[in-house]
Ligand binder design. Structure first.
Ligand SMILES: Nc1ncnc2c1ncn2[C@@H]1O[C@H](COP(=O)(O)OP(=O)(O)OP(=O)(O)O)[C@@H](O)[C@H]1O
Ligand SMILES: O=c1[nH]c(=O)c2[nH+]cn([C@@H]3O[C@H](COP(=O)(O)O)[C@@H](O)[C@H]3O)c2[nH]1
Ligand SMILES: NC(=O)CC[C@H](N)C(=O)O
Ligand SMILES: [Mg+2]
Length: 519
């Protein structure tokens, strides 16, 4: 069975990934591609429909991002959102101009023409807008379907199967947004709601099995949710042709190297090779203080450890002369978009070690079965695979580990200090029953010294920041209002139990403008 796919072409909107998510929420698969992909790449996915996202540019700018206008003439249903509407109007002969009255936030839209896109929706809708440009003249064959008191809010050319809205149906603030998207995806495109976890598991297993053939694969396994789910999925596909490599990169949590090995072998039955490469990593990290450089050093070193292990497996087992050619990683969609502009004209925020941190000359070919998904979707798949809750519900822990929570140089001594503080945070958050309620909770070691007094003696030591955030998918996050009692216990335990820290502060920055990790 072929999955129904909806292709989203990204013009760089902050909300593109939300469109994908919303569609998957009603069990239809969708893929985000940069707006610049070729028509052939779009066709290869056999999509049921195309959605054109919003974006920060103006279509009339010389360097405005463009899609191949031929996507509008494939005979597939098209839905343009905001910049997507502008793109359609601009390329089919209408006019887009800077609006005298820009619209940001809530707006009231009146539906003025019947169209299947608005089927079942009220005539007056409360929607969310974010634009400074507007349609001044519609291309031939288009009708106005909705408007605000200021501007065009919806257009359609049903003969050409093109619809567009100026507002954002994908954001939660547009009340009927889900219904509108459902009208498009299910009724207009005729996509079937078959993207269930079982279907995803089955088709991934088949694809990976075909891809790897009689070759051999290794999987970078961290004990985190993503790589555990990826490993279980791939093991289901290729059985003992998969070897998992768990690397001690010197910046893991306290006792994690031992604990993860046991869990992965005993609870998941995975074939795990544990490699203690902490010295290698710490040597490479010596003297490095720039956050992006740290990430690149760690990303590069991971791959070089994976290469070495692949060679060893090959030499030991020969595999009929077939090289270990594949590297499985638990990469998720947020890792991809934050790392690079591959999905269109968005900004690089930080290089996730497993994406933007990969060396250019790596030989292993990647298998990343979760690359289009968000964490909560991966958890859903893990549950369906029958994986135990204590693995599925683990808080995310970044591959560069404590290195991006130690500001300044990473040294063995600093790692040891932060491991102690981190352990206290984890213990206390668990004890308060908050571990699964917050997205992440951890300690950060700052190279900032301040004066304290302990046991009548003057101290002059480091500061530790506590970070706890709530989030749905790691893309946006708010600081968690941890109970004062919990903060008090964490603070007093850290200062009394961890040598090298004499002050604890609480981070009350949301994302944006902050990020979750400090580097
Ligand atoms: N210590 C490690 N040893 C081997 N591979 C690792 C290690 N840390 C990270 N990786 C690889 O990098 C990928 C990305 O790490 P990331 O932390 O995003 O995912 P995860 O650890 O699998 O899940 P989680 O986000 O829940 O921590 C992992 O899926 C895994 O393939
Ligand atoms: O495996 C990873 N490799 C990385 O390089 C990396 N950087 C951030 N993260 C995790 O991603 C989520 C978002 O983090 P930020 O708000 O700090 O970008 C949070 O959950 C972070 O813990 C990483 N995970
Ligand atoms: N959110 C958007 O897509 C905005 C489109 C365009 N940049 C505008 O301001 O009108
Ligand atoms: Mg992790």
């Amino acid at each position: 069975m072929d999955t129904s796919t909806v292709v989203i072409l990204d013009f760089g909107s902050q909300y593109t990934q939300l469109i994908a998510r919303r569609i998957r929420e009603f069990n239809v698969f969708s893929v985000v591609l940069p707006c610049t992909v070729s028509l052939e790449q779009v066709k290869a996915l056999k999509p049921k429909g195309i959605i054109l996202s919003g974006g920060p540019s103006s279509v009339y700018d010389a360097d405005a991002p463009k899609a191949d206008p031929a996507v509008l003439a494939m005979g597939l249903p098209v839905l343009g959102i905001c910049y997507g509407l502008h793109f359609i109007v601009h390329h089919l002969g209408g006019k887009i101009e800077s609006a005298p009255a820009r619209e940001y936030g809530h707006a009231e839209v009146t539906v003025i023409a019947e169209t299947p896109l608005f089927s079942g929706l009220p005539q007056v809708m409360n929607v969310w807008m974010s634009h400074g440009d507007e349609a001044k003249a519609l291309p031939e064959g288009f009708v106005l379907t909705a408007q605000t008191s200021n501007a065009v809010a919806g257009i359609a050319n049903e003969a050409r199967k093109i619809w567009a809205v100026q507002f954002h149906p994908e954001v939660a603030h547009t009340k009927q947004g889900m219904e509108l998207l459902k009208n498009f995806v299910i009724d207009i495109c005729g996509a079937s709601a078959d993207w269930t976890p079982e279907h995803f598991i089955q088709s991934t297993v088949e694809r990976v099995r075909a891809q790897v053939g009689d070759g051999h694969a290794i999987c970078g396994l961290s004990g985190g949710v993503d790589s555990s789910v990826a490993a279980v999925l791939v093991a289901k596909a290729i059985g003992d042709k998969l070897t998992c490599i768990f690397v001690n990169n010197g910046v893991l949590r306290k006792d994690e190297f031992a604990k993860v090995q046991t869990t992965m072998r005993e609870q998941l039955g995975l074939n795990v090779v544990a490699v203690d490469a902490s010295e290698r990593f710490l040597t490479k990290l010596a003297g490095v203080t720039d956050p992006e450089t740290k990430r690149k050093v760690i990303g590069g070193e991971f791959i070089s450890v994976f290469d070495d292990e692949a060679k060893k497996i090959f030499e030991a087992e020969k595999h009929d002369g077939k090289d270990v050619a594949w590297l499985v990683q638990g990469t998720l969609y947020p890792d991809v978009i934050e790392s690079s502009s591959v999905h269109g004209p968005s900004h690089t925020i930080k290089s996730h070690h497993n994406v933007g941190g990969l060396p250019a000359d790596m030989k292993l070919k990647l298998i990343e079965p979760l690359r289009d998904l968000f964490k909560d979707e991966v958890r859903r798949i893990g549950r369906d695979l029958g994986m135990p809750d204590d693995i599925i519900e683990r808080q995310p822990f970044p591959g560069p580990g404590l290195a991006v929570r130690i500001l300044g140089e990473v040294t063995a001594e600093r790692v040891a200090i932060l491991q102690e503080a981190d352990q206290i945070v984890v213990d206390e958050i668990k004890r308060a029953g908050l571990y699964r309620k917050v997205w992440q909770s951890f300690a950060v070691l700052l190279p900032v010294k301040s004066v304290g007094v302990m046991g009548d003696q003057r101290t002059y030591a480091n500061t530790c920041a506590i970070r706890a955030v709530e989030s749905e998918d790691g893309m946006t996050a708010d600081w968690a209002p941890l109970p004062y009692e919990v903060l008090r216990t964490i603070s007093s335990r850290i200062v009394s139990e961890v040598r090298g820290i004499n002050r604890v502060v609480y981070d009350i920055t949301s994302k944006p403008p902050g990020t979750i990790e400090w580097e």
